[in-house]
Design a protein around this ligand. Structure first.
Ligand code: FES
Length: 156
């Protein structure tokens, strides 16, 4: 099933002429199923909601949660909040940027990794903390980061 068919199926779930209050649920459903909101979906969604393309695009780009490009196979998030910063997350971030070859909010050149900030994972007592594909890891040193990255790479 191509993207256009899946987008139509999702719109059908919300019935004919869905109300504008259903726009965010449709976008969430789309991202849940495809991993992102493809740019080509904007026209179909605009038609389904009787909105302009600019209105739909405005909503998609307003919320940072929505991605407009396919997600990386592996997302690495480094905690940037206070406790982790006091325990060396700046140096850990610099190490991660060097290993992945990209900065925050970027993908590695091969597109396999995304590097993102996160602001407190509730593990402050065991800072610095990171998350790799939704798995939290505490007390992360550069050496441990490399080991975790190697494991994650094998898993994806
Ligand atoms: S500040 Fe990093 S886990 Fe709380």
């Amino acid at each position: 099933m191509n993207h256009a068919d899946r987008i139509r199926d999702i719109l059908d779930l919300f019935g004919p002429g869905p109300g504008q209050d259903q726009l965010l649920p449709v976008l969430h459903a789309l991202q849940d199923q495809l991993g992102y909101v493809p740019p080509e979906s904007v026209d179909l969604i605009a038609q389904g909601f009787n909105l302009s393309r600019a209105e739909v695009h405005g909503v998609v780009t307003f919320y940072h949660f929505f991605r407009t490009t396919p997600p990386a196979r592996c997302t690495v998030q480094i905690c940037r909040a206070e406790s982790c910063q006091s325990m060396g997350s700046d140096a850990l971030l610099a190490h991660a940027e060097g290993r992945l070859g990209c900065g925050l909010h970027q993908h590695s050149l091969d597109g396999a990794f995304a590097l993102e900030p996160v602001y407190c994972l509730g593990q402050c007592a065991t800072s610095p903390t990171i998350m790799i594909n939704n798995a939290v890891h505490a007390r992360v040193t550069p050496a441990r980061f490399d080991a975790l990255l190697a494991s994650a790479t094998e898993a994806v």
